[in-house]
Design a protein. Structure first.
Length: 173
């Protein structure tokens, strides 16, 4: 999946967790960062295609990443919420990221180091889906339309179901 889908899905998670109140914008921003954080290893692309194929996702999209990526993100000096809340939001962003990546054709080593097997559900015809991006970005824009309203949580949850249904039904991506 592409960076736009990861950012938008993480931001929607932040909106679902804190739809209103004084810190809604911080939750939305932190959710977006959490959604894209497992791709912290993206600079590996500069090392060449062999290094990218061998090492990308290994330490960030696996059981190892399940521990260190949310932990590292929650230890950054964001002070809008208690540490436990930041950790759980980062864990949710990591989970959404890996779940979206599993829908693509690029295999993900989710159970590494227990298993070197890589999985891909191949629900997307290509790894970059502008239709999924537009669904997520539109849903995010609708949640931001009036931040004082409490319907942001419902919109975020419904958009997740719409994207999941879109992928499960095999609609064009």
């Amino acid at each position: 999946m592409d960076v736009f889908a990861h950012i938008a899905s993480g931001a929607l998670l932040g909106r679902a967790v804190r739809p209103t109140g004084p810190a809604w914008a911080a939750y939305t921003f932190y959710g977006a960062v959490a959604g894209v954080s497992p791709d912290v290893d993206a600079p590996l692309a500069l090392a060449g295609p062999d290094a990218w194929a061998k090492w990308h996702q290994l330490y960030t999209h696996s059981l190892v990443g399940l521990v260190w990526v949310p932990l590292a993100l929650s230890l950054l000096p964001f002070r809008f919420a208690p540490w436990r809340t930041r950790f759980l939001l980062a864990l949710g962003g990591w989970t959404l990221h890996v779940a979206l990546d599993l829908c693509s054709r690029w295999p993900v080593p989710v159970l590494w180091p227990l298993s070197s097997q890589r999985w891909a559900a191949e629900l997307l015809q290509q790894d970059f889906s502008w239709r999924i991006d537009m669904l997520l970005v539109t849903a995010l824009a609708l949640t931001l339309w009036d931040p004082a309203r409490a319907y942001a949580r419902e919109l975020a949850v419904v958009s997740g179901f719409v994207v999941a249904g879109w992928l499960a039904l095999g609609l064009p991506t």
